[in-house]
Design a protein. Structure first.
Ligand SMILES: *[C@@H]1O[C@H](CO)[C@@H](O)[C@H](O)[C@H]1NC(C)=O
Ligand SMILES: *[C@@H]1O[C@H](CO)[C@@H](O)[C@H](O)[C@H]1NC(C)=O
Ligand SMILES: *[C@@H]1O[C@H](CO)[C@@H](O)[C@H](O)[C@H]1NC(C)=O
Ligand SMILES: *[C@@H]1O[C@H](CO)[C@@H](O)[C@H](O)[C@H]1NC(C)=O
Ligand SMILES: *[C@@H]1O[C@H](CO)[C@@H](O)[C@H](O)[C@H]1NC(C)=O
Ligand SMILES: *[C@@H]1O[C@H](CO)[C@@H](O)[C@H](O)[C@H]1NC(C)=O
Ligand SMILES: *[C@@H]1O[C@H](CO)[C@@H](O)[C@H](O)[C@H]1NC(C)=O
Length: 366
């Protein structure tokens, strides 16, 4: 009887643990000795078992242990053997869904060699990106749709040190979001404008990382009624904490919000997603209307945000060496300056090889 009781308790505890997992998430703390709940992020992290068959678990140098910003960076899994070592993710949502996949790295002198490696990441059979100098915490993030019911993230040795990974996360997105002509989207920046605070889960259902960022513009905020945004938010589900701060142009309504950035590769195709939420009650006769342009004069659209109704504007793909956007009032109609609450920059990743063209084992590293 006692024996039976113990078994029953184990089963029910297991069932609770299952139920508490974050739906649509796969969260692997690579190299960790056990799974756990990260209370700050409200995310359950699991160990590598079942996702990868090679490599070994290591811990970063004790010198860095107390200084890491999150527990996921304390351990890592390294791959001293073989050119190509892969994690296989099997999302319960299955194929033909859009996923955000994030791989995090922190070297932390785990091998006491004080030599950070450089290595390639592949997503299924295609080259994704090269991880360079992960001596500081860094991550690479891709938005990816697959036609198979599993996704492989592979670390490829290119002869410049042993590849390793600290954390690997998959988040299921709403299929209507980030719909572009690109094979996949690599995140370059994601800003929570007019704020010093960085948000991710639990504020963000999709666990995107919104970095607090202020430019030389005027910060505006209105925390009253922010809860109403919850019911009117769109499929992008930008967190309310991110939407309720923003910045508007500095001087007067005829000055615009402008930013430029430099591309390391002129052939990159860029896609921007702007998020706007009007949180000022407009008096009768007042109107806020602005136009979004990229690369000086290429019009994306005209926006007239409605009170507490978030709008997302995405660009067509564009390229260049010096790139820019501007948000400019339609001065003949608008009585208020243009503003911006959040913005995301992506560049396209080409996926020349189809997963059905090649067997997993046969693709080779460049
Ligand atoms: C790497 O290969 C060597 C020799 O086959 C083996 O002894 C070692 O356990 C392997 N290490 C890992 C991490 O797979
Ligand atoms: C999701 O979107 C992708 C890409 O647009 C499409 O191929 C797929 O059929 C969609 N899946 C579902 C379940 O709607
Ligand atoms: C991170 O980068 C900064 C500046 O680039 C450097 O001073 C610092 O030592 C780096 N931290 C680690 C842990 O390598
Ligand atoms: C911000 O922009 C204004 C107007 O363009 C300029 O006068 C001011 O010096 C700028 N401030 C900073 C800190 O760059
Ligand atoms: C508005 O700002 C622009 C750009 O700073 C300036 O050129 C223009 O003179 C200003 N207009 C008024 C009416 O202040
Ligand atoms: C802030 O929001 C409240 C509630 O919607 C509104 O009454 C107030 O006018 C807003 N404040 C500003 C400065 O827009
Ligand atoms: C904006 O982008 C265009 C196209 O790349 C470029 O010609 C122009 O110089 C840029 N302007 C600014 C202000 O950065």
């Amino acid at each position: 009887m006692k024996m039976l009781f113990v078994i029953l308790v184990c089963i029910s505890l297991n069932a609770i643990a299952q139920a508490q997992e974050n739906p649509g998430f796969i969260s692997i703390d690579c190299g960790a000795p056990n799974g756990y709940h990260d209370d700050n992020l409200d995310i359950y992290y699991t160990i590598d078992t079942g996702f990868v068959e090679s490599g070994k678990n290591m811990q970063i140098s004790s010198k860095y242990i107390d200084r890491v910003p999150m527990q996921q960076l304390m351990n890592l899994r390294c791959f001293p053997n073989g050119t190509r070592n892969c994690y296989t993710l099997r999302p319960t949502q299955g194929k033909s869904k859009r996923y955000l996949i994030r791989a995090s790295f922190f070297y932390g002198n785990y091998d006491t060699l004080s030599q950070t490696p450089t290595f390639d990441l592949y997503i299924d059979v295609n080259y994704w990106i090269t991880v360079k100098d992960p001596s500081n915490y860094t991550y690479e993030e891709i938005i990816y749709t697959t036609s198979r019911d599993y996704i492989q993230v592979c670390l490829v040795n290119r002869g410049s040190g042993v590849p390793f990974i600290s954390a690997l996360e998959l988040r299921t997105l709403d299929n209507s979001t980030y719909d572009t002509s690109a094979g996949a989207l690599q995140t370059s920046w994601r800003y929570n404008i007019g704020s010093k605070t960085t948000y991710r889960h639990p504020q963000d259902d999709y666990d995107r990382i919104w970095e607090g960022q202020s430019f030389n513009w005027t910060t505006i905020t209105n925390k009253t009624n922010v809860d109403s945004l919850r019911s009117t938010n769109n499929a992008y589900k930008v967190p309310l904490e991110v939407l309720m701060t923003g910045q508007q142009s500095l001087d007067n309504i005829s000055s615009s919000l402008k930013l430029f950035w430099i591309s390391s590769e002129p052939t990159y195709k860029w896609y921007l997603f702007f998020h706007f939420a009007e949180f000022q009650v407009l008096r009768s006769g007042q109107l806020r209307r602005f136009r979004v342009y990229v690369n000086d004069n290429k019009l994306i659209t005209t926006v007239t945000p409605e009170y507490l109704k978030p709008v997302t504007v995405s660009t067509f793909p564009f390229d260049g060496t010096v790139l820019n956007f501007s948000i400019t009032s339609v001065t003949s109609q608008s009585s208020l300056p243009p503003f911006l609450n959040a913005v995301e920059w992506f560049r396209s990743i080409d996926l020349p090889h189809s997963t059905t063209d090649l067997n997993d084992g046969t693709s080779s590293a460049k």
